[in-house]
Design a binder for this molecule. Structure first.
Ligand code: CO8
Length: 260
């Protein structure tokens, strides 16, 4: 995997793609307060950067992230962990507008899997392993795992994963709809970039609106969700790209998207 020479949290912009890399291989990217702060700040910055259209989040080759940092959590009391800002920050992942895609190689465990589940899509390397092993530490997933995973793969298998530490490999995760694509190790980064570039070539206002409507499908009752979707659909008729997209179709040519 790229960028492993520099330790820490790395951010770069490649064309229209904002690429973030969690790169603390010695701890398998254990998520501590610093890593989470860096992640949240980078998401905010890239989301607000007009050049960027899609955000990718990588880990290292061996681990996307092996969970929340057990060293810092181990001595905490209930009072301390409730008051700890670190845990609260997990809920802030997902509060962005542009698509955020987790690119998972190796372990995505506990909080690491929960970060991936909070992203809009997951691309997996053939080496990926997904799990919520918190039960082995005497706790449960606390970053959305019980809620998001049960919604995605159903209650039965989610319960087995959480109670019995059943893990998923990349192909099983793909079959269950947890991940969008599985790529070979040798071409993983390149294929993730190609996947992102395909979305980056679509009209940005429509991409952001579609993502927002899909996110709301987890939150809203169907009737409210349908109203929300229709409002966004109407609003897009005030955009240049709606005019260009429909005109291009009628003129039998490729659209030249206008919005930046
Ligand atoms: N926290 C801190 N350090 C870690 C973590 C972690 N989650 N995972 C791995 N490390 C460290 C190890 O301590 C080790 O460090 P050192 O070399 O200094 O001893 C180093 O990473 C390499 O790990 P291993 O030697 O264990 O590597 P292996 O290849 O033998 O094993 C595993 C890899 C299987 C991934 C193993 O490291 C493991 O089981 N890790 C823990 C996985 C886990 O239990 N994750 C859940 C953590 S709890 C959690 O995520 C709760 C989330 C709740 C929500 C959070 C809200 C904020």
């Amino acid at each position: 995997m790229e960028n492993e020479r520099n330790e820490g949290f790395l951010v770069r912009i490649e064309g229209p793609i904002g690429v973030m890399t969690m790169n603390k291989p010695a701890s398998l990217n254990a998520l501590d307060a610093g890593m989470l702060d860096d992640l949240l700040q980078a998401i905010k910055r890239l989301d607000n950067d007009p050049v960027v259209r899609v955000l990718l989040l990588f880990g290292t080759e061996k681990a996307f992230a092996a969970g929340a940092d057990i060293h810092s959590m181990a001595p905490m009391t209930q009072q301390q962990i409730r008051a700890d800002g670190f845990i609260q920050k997990f809920g802030e992942i997902g509060q962005h507008n542009k698509p955020l895609i987790a690119c998972v190689s190796g372990y995505a465990l506990g909080g690491g899997f929960e970060v991936a589940l909070a992203c809009d899509m997951i691309l997996a390397c053939e080496t990926a392993i997904f799990g919520l092993p918190e039960i082995n530490l005497g706790v449960i997933p606390g970053g959305g795992g019980t809620q998001r995973l049960a919604r995605q793969i159903g209650k039965a298998l989610a319960t087995e994963m959480i109670l019995a530490d059943r893990k998923l490999d990349a192909s099983e995760a793909a079959r269950l709809g947890v991940v969008n694509r599985v790529y070979p190790k040798d071409t993983f980064v390149q294929q993730c970039m190609e996947f992102a570039n395909k979305i980056a070539g679509k009209p940005i206002d429509a991409v952001v609106a579609a993502r927002s409507a899909i996110v709301q499908s987890d939150e809203l009752p169907l009737k409210s969700g349908l109203d929300y979707e229709r409002d966004l659909f109407y609003a897009l008729f005030d955009t240049d790209d709606q005019k260009e997209g429909m005109r291009a179709f009628l003129e039998k040519r490729k659209p030249a998207w206008i919005s930046k």
